[in-house]
Write a protein that binds this ligand. Structure first.
Ligand code: GLU
Length: 509
């Protein structure tokens, strides 16, 4: 049956959205856009014990920063709301009742202590067909016993009655048809009377069904959810409209050994969250891609390739190109290594693509912070243009371009040792005179004049040019010398030469 593509990203607001969750959101978005479908954002907040204030806003802000646009959701509205599960209690109650009435679920009164005792008594205890007849539930009690317990306010849960030893087939668009025996599943809790809320499994299925979700694209989590959900669809009689499943490959640690965790980020020094997050309880700060100086386009491109490829070796792709090329055929089954260095590389590449004025704009707050004032945006943009090839982050601009804004007062000792000779001050004084006479102080004409002067006098090209650079930059590196002096202007260049001549003293090797 042909149905409109409708996908959902369904995070639980239990803390900051992990970068793996962002990848899941991105793949949903790419697939929706590619197929002219809808992207739903559903907040799965039925686990009241794990609710974290601020997490929902964090999710919204992260997706907005990355340019992952939501068509239907808490903020956006839509025809299938509410989009927050805690506001859908009535819907879940009706559906729990439906399963109870059809005999697909039962009520269980076992207390946590009783369950604990069973676990101690029976090795590998599982609440299922083999044990449910020895437990305190509506299958082992009379209707009136059940009713009186409920009337007395006894807490209960509703469990899914799973028929043992059945082959459940999960059709996954990446993994193919996977068969799982139902005996490995326990009679999952679907609803808890204590907080009058369904558990994840029930709410997730009911909402996917009611929101007409066509494809469930989720993180790597595979068992027990996928087969359990297939059985729930059956129990409700919704098999015909069951969504296609897509379980994305695991995100692995950079060395490929095990699942990527928050601790890996701390240990290896890279963010695993899109935005900085301050834990509301402990006050601990976790770093974010945004605050670390990443461009959202670079993060998107990097994440897109963690588990998917375009079928050729193209690496740099805009979001529109990604949408155009995206398909599950090129998603891998095996885990994707979180190659953080590659993330930096993407940022470097994307910074190169940015317009110099835009980069200058991003650099300005840093300059302001350093107390730098009085430079035109044009000057800043030109300085940025000369050094941007060496940066991976905007913050690197300061290290590379500071000398454009502050004349050096300290000079690299190593370079002095190598380049500052006895006769250097006299030669540089001569250079000042030469420079004073240059009419057109743009790069090429000045270069021609200075190099000719060096050659005509038989001076050592490397030593003179490097000593010149030392006075202007403070060390013997940086962009093309005459591009620098063109931007700084004649007066500033001479000022720096003079300062160097007076202050740099030869270091004896
Ligand atoms: N709320 C679930 C989670 O955050 C959703 C999983 C799913 O996409 O079905 O893991």
């Amino acid at each position: 049956m042909d149905r409109k593509v409708r996908v959902r990203f369904a995070p639980s607001p239990t803390g900051p959205l992990h970068i793996g969750g962002v990848r899941t959101a991105l793949y949903n978005y790419l697939f929706a856009r590619k197929n002219g479908g809808d992207m739903i954002l559903r907040i799965e907040d039925t686990d009241s014990g794990r609710f974290v204030p601020g997490a929902e806003d964090y999710i919204n802000e992260s997706l907005a920063w990355l340019g992952i646009k939501i068509d239907e959701g808490v903020r956006e509205g839509g025809n299938y709301g509410p989009y927050k599960q805690s506001e859908r209690r009535e819907i879940y109650r009706t559906h729990v009742k439906q399963l109870l009435d059809s005999g697909n679920a039962y009520i269980a009164f076992d207390t946590p202590e009783e369950l604990e005792a069973k676990r101690a008594e029976i090795a590998n205890f599982q609440y299922d067909a083999s044990t449910r007849s020895s437990m305190r539930n509506s299958l082992t009690m009379t209707d009136s016993e059940v009713k009186s317990l409920i009337d007395n306010g006894e807490k209960y849960v509703v469990r899914f009655k799973i028929e043992p030893n059945r082959d459940v087939i999960v059709n996954d668009l990446i993994r193919g048809a996977v068969t799982i025996n139902s005996s490995i599943l326990d009679d999952k809790v679907l609803y808890k009377s204590a907080d009058d809320l369904p558990t994840y499994h029930l709410a997730n299925i009911v909402d996917d069904h009611l929101m007409l979700v066509s494809h469930v694209i989720r993180g790597e989590e595979w068992l027990p959810s996928a087969p359990l959900h297939v059985l729930l669809y059956e129990a409700f009689g919704w098999t015909d409209t069951m969504p296609a499943f897509v379980h994305l490959p695991l995100l692995l640690k950079p060395d490929g050994k095990g699942k990527l965790s928050k601790r890996d980020g701390d240990r290896l020094g890279f963010p695993v969250f899109p935005l900085e997050w301050k834990d509301p309880k402990s006050g601990d700060i976790s770093s974010g891609y945004r605050e670390s100086g990443y461009l959202p386009e670079a993060v998107i491109n990097f994440l897109a390739l963690l588990g998917w490829n375009p079928g050729n070796d193209q690496e740099i792709m805009s979001i529109d190109e990604l949408i155009d090329m995206f398909s599950f055929e090129h998603c891998s089954r095996s885990g994707a290594k979180f190659d953080f260095e590659k993330g930096k590389w993407f940022n470097h590449k994307y910074l190169q693509e940015k317009d110099d004025n835009a980069l200058a704009e991003l650099f300005m707050p840093i300059l302001k912070d350093k107390g730098i004032e009085g430079f035109s945006s044009d000057y800043i943009a030109k300085a940025v243009d000369m050094v941007k090839g060496r940066i991976s982050f905007i913050k690197d601009l300061w290290e590379q371009a500071a000398f454009f804004f502050v004349a050096p007062t300290e000079f690299s000792e190593k370079d002095i040792k190598k380049r500052w000779k006895e006769d250097t001050p006299a030669i540089l004084n001569e250079l000042i005179t030469i420079i004073q006479q240059i009419d057109d102080f743009t790069s090429k004409p000045s270069e021609d004049i200075v190099l000719k002067w060096i050659t005509d006098n038989g001076y050592h090209m490397g030593n003179v040019m490097n000593a010149f650079r030392l006075t202007v930059v403070g060390e013997c590196k940086g962009p093309h010398m005459f591009d620098i002096t063109e931007l700084m202007g004649k007066e500033e260049t001479i000022k720096r030469l003079r300062y160097g001549i007076e202050n740099i003293k030869p270091v004896n090797a």
